[in-house]
Design a protein around this ligand. Structure first.
Ligand code: SAM
Length: 231
């Protein structure tokens, strides 16, 4: 894992000084994964590439230094936690609807001395009621179709901020289908950035959606409604 991180971190704009913390996080993840379903990726090399370097590559699309960032549906902490470990200046909130995962994240943050990271158990569409347009950025990987995900994430983002949706490169149709939703929620697709994950043949994509105007108060709707009738 160490050699992969040493070679890969400069390629994703991160300082190799964060390697011990990333390794510690990976150890805690793999240890806990033996008794709890956190990740299907269990080889340390694959954790280094497909979890850690993939998460960190988002920085190439947008530099979030000094910004507040919420990771919606963070699961075992991806992409938010690696981003915080490599870029301590971000103000990070990790949000997930599964409490066991949030408890794991609290334990990791405590062990890694990340007292400033907020680990929140909740559903994004409900969390928005008290945290509307409070974040400079929202990021999300592997949570929902972009039409649904936009309604979960864009209400949380300040006007002028960004929503970063991490997808595979075959998401053209999904992106086209989400254009109306993104517009209705006050956003506009600014850029699509494809990036290779170092030490792999995998290319992933981050869709950069800029928030241009406030999200109308009627969004987000209840999840059953979002799912039944995506925008
Ligand atoms: N982002 C992580 C990653 O890429 O490894 C986890 C992906 S996992 C497939 C999806 C996560 O989203 C789950 O942990 C689930 O509990 C969470 N989730 C799904 N819908 C959510 C919602 N409406 N609000 C908050 N979390 C949600």
């Amino acid at each position: 894992m160490r050699a992969i991180l040493e070679a890969g971190l400069p390629q994703v704009g991160a300082d190799p000084g964060c390697i011990p913390a990333l390794e510690r996080f990976a150890d805690l993840l793999l240890e806990k994964n033996q008794v709890m379903n956190l990740t299907a990726i269990t080889e340390p090399e694959a954790v280094a590439t497909l979890h850690l370097l993939d998460s960190l590559a988002v920085w190439q699309a947008v530099d979030l230094a000094g910004k507040s960032l919420i990771d919606v549906g963070t699961g075992a902490g991806f992409p938010g936690l690696p981003l915080r470990l490599a870029h301590p200046e971000i103000r990070l909130t990790l949000l997930d609807s599964l409490n066991k995962r949030v408890e794991f994240l609290r334990e990791v943050c405590s062990q890694l001395g990340l007292e400033d990271v907020k680990c929140v158990h909740g559903r994004a569409e409900e969390f928005a009621a008290g945290h509307r347009e409070q974040f400079d950025g929202a990021v999300s990987r592997a949570v929902a179709d972009l039409r649904v995900l936009s309604e979960l994430c864009l209400p949380l983002v300040k006007v002028g901020g960004v929503f970063l949706s991490m997808k595979s490169t075959d998401c053209e149709e999904e992106l086209n289908a989400a254009k109306g939703a993104i517009r209705a929620l006050g956003g506009r697709t600014e850029r699509v950035v494809d990036y290779p994950i170092p030490a792999t043949d995998v290319v992933h994509r981050v869709i950069v959606i800029r928030k241009l105007s406030p999200t109308p108060a009627r969004y987000p709707r209840r999840f059953a409604q979002i799912k039944k009738q995506p925008l």
